[in-house]
Every structure is written in C-alpha cells, then in structure tokens.
Ligand binder design. Structure first.
Ligand code: NAD
Length: 430
C-alpha cells in the first residue's frame, strides 16, 4: 500500500490546475467561498481543504485467460471528525485520485447537512467492470478489502455501492472483510442484499429522499404538486425511482431522458411503462410514449421543476440561461457549475443543492448501519417514515439558514455542512 502524503499541498494544487474536472473545480470553489463566508480560522480551513488520508493500492487479479492484470485502487478519507468515514466505492475506468478526493469531501458536507454521525470518504478502482466476469470481480473486491482492511470497519470507514458496484459487490466485500478479520461484521459496508443485513428501502432511497425535498420546495413556492410538471434528466437508479415516486403522487412527469435522448409528453408520461421497458434493455429514444427530445431540449423545458439526475456539470452558465423551470432539484453530484449559480439565482430559480437533493441514499445507509449495529430489522414503512422526517428536518435547517443569512439554499447547505464539520474538528482540537 502506498499512502500519498495528505500533509502535502498536492490536493489543492491538483484541484486548481487547468485540467481539474468540473466536479473537482466546483467542489473547490464552493468550499473556498463557504470558508470565506464563515470566516474559518486558517488552521481549520487548511485542514478541511485537504484529505485526512489518501490511499492508493495495486490490486493483482489472475484472470480466467491466465493474464495477471493489476488494477489501481483508491480510498480517500476526507474527515472523521463527526464519525467514521462514509462514501461509495466505484468501479470505473475514469476513477482517479482527484475525483475520489473531491467526492470524499462532498460526502463530509452531505453527511453533516443531514446531521448523520459520519465523516466523508470515497473509494474506487480504475477498471471497466464489464470486462470482468463475476469470479474476477469477486477476486478484485477481495484484493481491495485485503489491502485496505486495517483502515476499514464499522467505526472507521464504511463504503457503499456507487458507479458499477451493487449489492453483490457489497456482499463480496462483507465476506472478504470477515475472512481477513475473522469476524462477520455486516456494518462494514451499506447497500448489502437484504439477506446479508441490507436495509429495506435502500435501493430506492435517493429517489425517495429527492421526492420529499421536492415536495417541500414546491410547498415553499406555492406550487400544487397535483398536476405540477417535472422533467428529469437521467433514468437510472436515482432518476427512475424519483420519476416513479412523483408519478404515484400525482405529479406530471412530462419528460425523462437517458444517454440516448428522452421522451416528452406535456400531459404526463407513463413512467411505469417506460421503466418496465427500459429494464428489458431498451433505450428511451427507441420507446413509445410522447415525442422524442434531446437532453439539451429537456433542460430548457418550461416546467415547474427540472431535475438533473445523470451527470455532473450539465448546467453551464449558457445552459442555465435557457432554464425555464421554477425549481431545479440537483440529484446528480455537482450538476450546476459554480458560474451558473448566479445565473439561476438572478432568474429566481430555486436550486435545491445536491448536498440535500441526493442525500436520501446516505441517510438510509445510516439506517442500515444502525440496524446492523443494534441487531434490528426495520419495516419499509419505518424506513420511509424516518427518511421523511430526516429529509424534512434537513430542508427546514437549510431553508431557515438561507432566510436568516439572505443566501441561496446552496450557500446555506454548504455553510451548514462545512460549519458542522469545522465545529467538530475545533472541539476535538483540530
Ligand atoms: P445510473 O448509472 O443508475 O443512471 C444514470 C442515468 O444517467 C442513466 O439513465 C443514463 O442513461 C443517464 N445518462 C448517462 N449519460 C447521460 C447523458 N449524457 N445525458 C442524459 N442522461 C445520461 O446512476 P444513478 O445511480 O442514477 O446516479 C445518477 C447521478 O446521481 C450521479 O451523479 C450520482 O452520483 C448521483 N447520485 C446517485 C445516488 C444513488 O443512490 N443512486 C446517490 C447520490 C447521488
């Protein structure tokens, strides 16, 4: 294992370099603006601008064809000030230390906004998951756990599914951790199968949580959800569940899209039918129901709420100029570039920030961790009730802060998140 020197300035240097990803740049800019607004003392500011730990490991896998393939794996812990590290583990060719570092910090702020007893972490393996068969993916997961086991654990760092990892990968993770440590500890990861201590509702949590805060935002804007029009970019785990939930509540989901393009019907799409057909492997562009539209057209629809639930950085200042929705609900991580925030604010668009809009998933992850540690199993009704109450409380906290300080919801969420982590660090003595 080779740890990169988290005490060096390498984190700040790479994030401000011209080729930093939009997500890394946005995370850096939002943090710096927040630190200025909060007038954070220099030491705490420096501490929170860096990762606590950055680990890079080489993971050998003897493939079925006899080749010894070696993959690069990362785990970054941004903060454990408020509790163990928490954050996803992704398997994707695009994984890099810079990306994982930015996402780890975002997890710290998100957990703090939701007032969860977790810090922030993220991990990944630079691999095309589709190139591996299941035994190879299992071996890769075992190698990752074996390399990082001393740094993981229910009280230390708790991964979860992310891009191209799922409940099966989490199950392999639990098994490998048990083999390495000699004890079965399901709380070492969340997002497990129900049979291995997963929580009911975890697979739908992000969409459910997003629907709850969208309801609260509509109420604050005087929009009647019954018949309100919503457009959603991204029809995956987050966007599809949100669409189904909203449709059940009587909201008109007038447009949805995936990477192939989208479907549009001003009188409301049959999203359940689209979800069923997409589950058979179809692309939205090829399905029946409404008219086709491009992702660019979707972002400019005249709707009550627009939901970017696919990619980072889609709302550039130019695209933001064309937004006609009254509410933007960020479900994707970092869908709005910092330079687009003032464009939306000047147009009186209410932006629900990703730190809140996409926090349903980690909130139910916390429920899973609590159930594992207390040996309890909650009903779906209980999970939904507690999610509702957590999301509403966070909505109240963020909107009250925005009103008190005359700032946007995004600025308020960042203020709350950074402030809570800073307070924990300060009380602990940095
Ligand atoms: P997913 O892989 O299940 O789905 C992604 C969707 O985006 C797919 O429908 C895909 O076709 C679509 N897409 C890809 N490229 C596109 C493009 N160019 N234009 C339009 N659509 C495109 O992913 P997901 O889990 O739904 O996550 C989506 C976003 O939400 C990501 O930013 C993720 O980080 C964020 N998020 C997800 C969760 C979660 O629990 N799923 C939690 C927090 C944040």
């Amino acid at each position: 294992m080779s740890d990169s020197p988290s005490g060096s300035t390498s984190d700040t240097a790479s994030d401000s370099s011209p080729d930093a990803s939009p997500l890394a740049r946005a995370a850096r800019v939002n943090f710096e603006r927040t630190a200025d607004r909060l007038e954070l003392p220099k030491g705490i500011r420096t501490l929170l601008s860096r990762s606590r730990e950055e680990h890079e490991v080489s993971l050998p896998v003897l493939r079925a064809n006899g080749e010894l393939a070696v993959y690069r794996g990362f785990r970054v812990v941004h903060s454990t000030a408020r509790g163990p590290g928490k954050g996803g583990l992704r398997y994707a060719p695009s994984v890099s230390l810079e990306e994982v570092r930015s996402l780890a910090a975002l997890m710290s702020w998100k957990c703090a906004v939701m007032d969860l007893p977790f810090g922030g972490a993220k991990g990944g393996i630079e691999v095309n998951r589709r190139e591996l068969d299941d035994p190879e993916a299992r071996t890769l997961t075992r190698a990752y756990v074996h390399a990082l086991a001393p740094l993981l654990g229910p009280d230390r760092d708790v991964p979860a599914p992310d891009m191209y990892t799922d409940e099966q990968v989490m199950a392999w993770f639990v098994d490998a951790y048990a083999a390495t440590t000699g004890t079965l500890q399901p709380a070492v990861v969340t997002g497990k199968p129900l049979a291995l201590g997963g929580s009911r509702g975890r697979d739908r949590a992000t969409g459910l949580g997003a629907a709850i805060v969208l309801g609260a935002a509509m109420e604050s804007r005087g929009v009647d959800p019954d018949g309100a029009q919503v457009a959603i970019q991204g029809f995956g785990n987050a966007g599809r569940v949100l669409a189904l939930e909203l449709a059940e509540q009587g909201v008109r989901v007038v447009a949805v899209s995936d990477s192939s393009g989208g479907r549009h019907d001003p009188s409301g799409l049959d999203v359940a039918a689209l979800a069923r057909e997409k589950a058979q492997g179809a692309s939205l562009a090829d399905l029946d129901g409404g008219d086709t539209l491009t992702n660019e057209e979707l972002l400019a629809l005249d709707v009550d709420a627009l939901v970017p639930a696919a990619l980072e950085g889609v709302l550039t200042p130019e695209v933001a100029e064309g937004v006609r929705a009254g509410i933007v609900l960020e479900v994707a991580n970092g869908p709005t570039l910092p330079d687009a925030d003032p464009v939306l604010r000047d147009a009186d668009v209410l932006v629900i920030p990703d730190l809140l809009g996409s926090a349903g998933g980690v909130t139910v992850s916390w429920f899973e961790w609590v159930q594992n540690r207390s040996g309890d199993r909650w009903s779906l009704e209980k999970v939904k009730r507690r999610l509702e109450s957590r999301m509403q409380a966070a909505w109240e906290a963020v909107s009250t802060r925005a009103a008190d300080d005359s700032i946007s919801l995004k600025e308020a969420a960042w203020s709350l998140g950074v402030e809570r982590v800073a307070a924990a660090e300060s009380f602990r003595g940095g």
